[in-house]
Design a binder for this molecule. Structure first.
Ligand code: BGP
Length: 473
């Protein structure tokens, strides 16, 4: 007998980010964002100005093809579509007084299309897309002035789209700023030259900004639901040695801190201790403390992998290709990009977050980056991506278990529901989609969209509200 079920009204869908799908990097009055000078993602340092080898400049041309793409999402039965608004489309430099109307008009058209198909929008306000001007002139979130610019941007979005968008995320993967300061915080200082003082001051500014716009959202949009967004990374001790368990606790705190502050409205003791012991003295005003008490309605998360931690310096090796680092787990297999696959870890972290914060959760990213090959079967192009189906099926079964454990979960949006440019490596060949896009790492390709085998599988998962999970492919 099936004892675990997804709740009625569970929001199934897919997730993307503007810089990874839209292209049209200089159309419609858009200004440059940090992504336009990151042709190799986080693999190599940023360059001075946009170069032709940067796949994100044209990406998959969602800017012009959104209607066709949203129709395909609707065909799969999406209830929700997560996308980000490119800050530099709305405020090209980031510090203007008035928004760029053409940018707003584009997102109004996207919303029209979603409404036509009855798909709920889930908007990420800032997804690794700081306007380049703010990054270069203010050093990104190190500067307190960023709060003002971000607030103005948010107010514009809330006033224009508040009656059409209910679910908002303030910052994508906010905990990544500790590891990728440029990508995540628009901070143009190489990580090894950045002091902990500056880094945590930037974190503080983002947290205050997130809380201030949460309060603003409640004033302007009483029905809105505001969420934070965190990389969910279970940290296991490498061995049962209590020293490893303690080391795992400390590493886990790096990420917990962001949820603790977003959900409890104040800094946790373990972080204050870290500040004290490392001579970090943040500028935190009385107003900041009051602002932080405006906590989120829900916690959203991305989940791709778990890691291990150890107290033994000799065993401390860094995992490949994963933003937060960590020691690889000897019991797990990894994807071609070194991301260790751990479906059970998702159930663990969902329980953990729910127990800790008692806020509804939303999985807004999960998926497998893999190389795909287009084949022709019965005269039709497709991709037989059984590996992707197996990955998603395994994870969703664990999600269903978590729901049965009592975790309150709003929905699930699979990452990269259509092939897009990778955030970490800026490749096209690291594909996540149910829909293949004909574009290659060398920039060639027709951009033609092709349904993969997983397209039909996901359609059936949604249609059955997850009842078909675990069946043979
Ligand atoms: C998350 C980001 C996404 C996305 C995803 C997959 O960190 O929020 O933007 O890209 O990871 O990562 P990648 O594209 O590097 O495979």
């Amino acid at each position: 007998m099936l004892t675990a079920r997804f709740p009625d009204g569970f929001m199934w869908g897919g997730a993307t980010a503007a810089n990874q799908i839209e292209g049209a990097y200089d159309c419609g009055g858009k200004g440059l964002s940090i992504q336009d000078v990151m042709p190799r993602g986080i693999v190599e340092p940023p360059v001075e100005s946009p170069t032709e080898d940067n796949l994100k400049l044209t990406a998959i041309d969602f800017y012009h093809r959104y209607a066709e793409d949203i129709a395909l999402f609707a065909e799969m039965g999406f209830k929700v579509f997560r996308f980000s608004i490119a800050w530099s489309r709305i405020y090209p430099r980031g510090d203007e007084e008035a928004p760029n109307e053409e940018g707003l008009a584009f997102y109004a058209r996207v919303l029209d299309e979603l409404e036509k198909h009855g798909i709920e929008p889930l908007v990420t306000i800032s997804h690794y897309e700081t306007p380049l001007h703010l990054a270069r002139t203010l050093d990104g979130w190190i500067s307190r002035e960023m709060i003002r610019h971000y607030e103005r941007y948010c107010e514009t979005l809330f006033r224009r789209f508040g009656d059409r968008v209910k679910y908002w995320l303030t910052f994508n993967e906010i905990n990544s700023v500790l590891h990728e300061p440029f990508l995540s915080g628009g901070i143009p200082v190489p990580k090894d030259q950045l002091s902990q003082q500056d880094l945590y001051q930037a974190v503080h500014h983002e947290l205050v900004a997130s809380a201030r716009v949460t309060r603003l959202a409640r004033e302007l949009m009483p029905d809105a639901q505001i969420g934070c967004m965190i990389i969910a990374l279970p940290v296991y001790p490498l061995t049962p040695d209590p020293g490893d368990v303690t080391a795992a606790m400390h590493t886990a705190h790096d990420s917990y801190a962001f949820g603790d502050i977003h959900c409890r409205g104040e800094y946790p003791g373990y972080l204050l201790r870290r500040f004290r012991e490392n001579g970090i003295q943040l500028e935190i005003t009385e107003q900041d403390r009051l602002d932080l008490t405006h906590t989120v309605d829900f916690v959203s998360l991305s989940y791709y992998m778990s890691v291990c931690e150890t107290a033994d310096p000799e065993k401390k090796t860094a995992g490949e290709g994963n933003i937060l680092g960590g020691v690889p787990n000897p019991t797990l297999q990894a994807s071609e990009w070194g991301w260790q696959v751990d479906p059970k870890g998702l159930r663990v972290i969902l329980n953990d977050y729910w127990d800790r914060w008692q806020k509804p959760l939303f999985i807004v990213e999960n998926g497998l980056g893999a190389r795909d090959e287009v084949v022709v079967i019965d005269g039709r192009r497709t991709v037989v991506d059984d590996y992707r189906i197996a990955y998603l099926d395994d994870h969703l079964l664990q999600v269903r278990e978590a729901v049965a454990d009592g975790v309150e979960l709003l929905g699930y949006t699979s990452w990269g529901c259509i092939d897009l440019v990778s955030a970490s490596t800026a490749q096209m060949s690291k594909r996540y989609g149910f829909i293949h896009v004909d574009r290659h790492d060398d920039g060639t390709g027709t951009l033609e969209r092709t349904r993969k085998k997983s397209f039909d599988w996901y359609r059936r998962v949604i249609e059955s509200n997850g009842e078909v999970l675990g069946a043979s492919l």
